[in-house]
Design a protein around this ligand. Structure first.
Ligand code: 5AD
Ligand code: SF4
Ligand code: FES
Length: 370
């Protein structure tokens, strides 16, 4: 049982202007009552700093081909138990047009990692065509992994605005345990890529997985400090969910149960909102994979971005990074209505037709937020 004094102590810690590592460790390990105090505080900060607007980013899972072999991911190159696909140009443009016509204002083009020239050229061409088709009104976010500075620059010049590259875990030693030592997976390289993206003028988003084997509460506190020190504009983070066709699955007994991973993820979202008041934080699909009300709960805990899925249904069951991924049978239209009602149910409004650049980014760059 939690003592009322514990809640008072949590409230006192939350009053502090700047949360330290010890504070974060303590808050991340909070029980139910104390967590409610954290969520209350995060909701108040959200209301005061970013308001009750939720931004839509239409997610296009362009291809599941990937040259990497991350030990946790269902579409790793070493998994042969599903069909690899690449959406056609017509399908991709159709999805982008759907987003534009639905006044989503923004899309995320996501795929497994590929660094060959044909891929770089194809993406460049798609960015230009999407811009043309939507009269430059659609903001384009890329989530295509680590690339050379030249490729990032090429895509930026073609018209991409934002880039999502999760650091996955900020602790380099832990990163080493979650990725094969084949020379293709380097924490330092990932940091280098994040730096390149920032330098090239992208609005940069990153994120982590929560509840991984070997991960400690201290690691998660450091992840939050990483976002703050890095002065990041957007964060997408969610629970790690085991996938049977991955090497990490054998450690499924060593991690907290799903419910705990979910609560821990909610506390991460809430604490980040308290620490970084004006950034964009996604209510991620992985939250929904654990709890049917996952994304709504994340919105209440401080998130303000949602990613309705625009991938054609015929491909969705081949883009399973983890188990129980939601929406695999729902076409774009169904997800749109579903998410709309979910957002309204928590008292937020959907910011149709607004790019929704984070105020943080806008202020750092001396321009007014859209
Ligand atoms: N559980 C949760 N998230 C995962 N991702 C990859 N595999 C898993 C998993 N098993 C996340 C990674 C990646 C993003 C696209 O999906 O953080 O960056
Ligand atoms: Fe590829 Fe990303 Fe999955 Fe790693 S997490 S195997 S880079 S799709
Ligand atoms: Fe896809 Fe609810 S968001 S079905």
């Amino acid at each position: 049982m939690t003592m009322a004094s514990d809640v008072a102590m949590v409230e006192e810690v939350l009053e502090k202007g700047c949360l330290q590592r010890d504070d974060l460790v303590r808050l991340l390990a909070a029980g139910e009552e104390e967590s409610r105090a954290i969520f209350r505080r995060a909701a108040a900060v959200k209301k005061g700093c970013v308001g009750n607007k939720a931004y839509f980013r239409g997610l296009i899972e362009y291809s599941n081909r990937c040259v990497k072999n991350c030990l946790y991911c269902g579409i790793r190159s070493g998994n042969a138990n599903f069909t690899r696909y690449e959406m056609t140009e017509a399908e991709t443009l159709h999805a982008a047009r759907f987003a534009w016509e639905s006044r989503y204002a923004s899309i995320v083009l996501q795929a497994g990692e590929r660094t060959d020239e044909a891929f770089a050229a194809k993406i460049e061409d798609l960015i230009r065509k999407i811009q043309e088709e939507t009269r430059g009104e659609l903001h384009i976010t890329l989530s295509l992994g680590e690339q050379s500075p030249e490729t990032y620059e090429r895509w930026r010049r073609a018209g991409a605005h934002r880039y999502l590259l999760r650091i996955e875990v900020s602790n380099p030693a832990l990163y080493g345990r979650l990725h094969p030592g084949d020379g293709r997976h380097s924490h330092a390289e990932r940091l280098r890529a994040l730096g390149d993206l920032r330098r090239l003028g992208y609005q940069v988003g990153t994120g982590v997985m929560i509840g991984l084997p070997f991960q400690t509460v201290e690691d998660l506190a450091d992840d939050l400090l990483f976002f703050r020190d890095y002065d990041i504009d957007m964060v997408g983070m969610g629970p790690y969910i085991e996938h049977p066709d991955t090497p990490l699955y054998r450690h499924r007994g060593d991690i907290p149960p799903l419910g705990e991973r979910f609560q821990l993820s909610l506390r991460m979202v809430a604490l980040l909102r308290i620490m970084m008041k004006d950034i964009n934080i996604a209510a991620t699909t992985a939250m929904q994979a654990i709890d049917p009300m996952g994304r709504e709960k994340a919105l209440r805990a401080g998130a303000n971005v949602l990613m309705p899925n625009l991938t054609p249904v015929k491909y969705r069951s081949d883009y399973l990074l983890y188990e129980n991924k939601p929406c695999i049978h729902e076409e774009a239209e169904a997800c749109k209505f579903c998410l709309e009602s979910r957002i309204l149910s928590v008292g937020d409004v959907i910011a149709y037709g607004e790019w929704g650049d984070s105020r943080h980014y806008a202020e750092r760059n001396g321009v007014g937020a859209n």
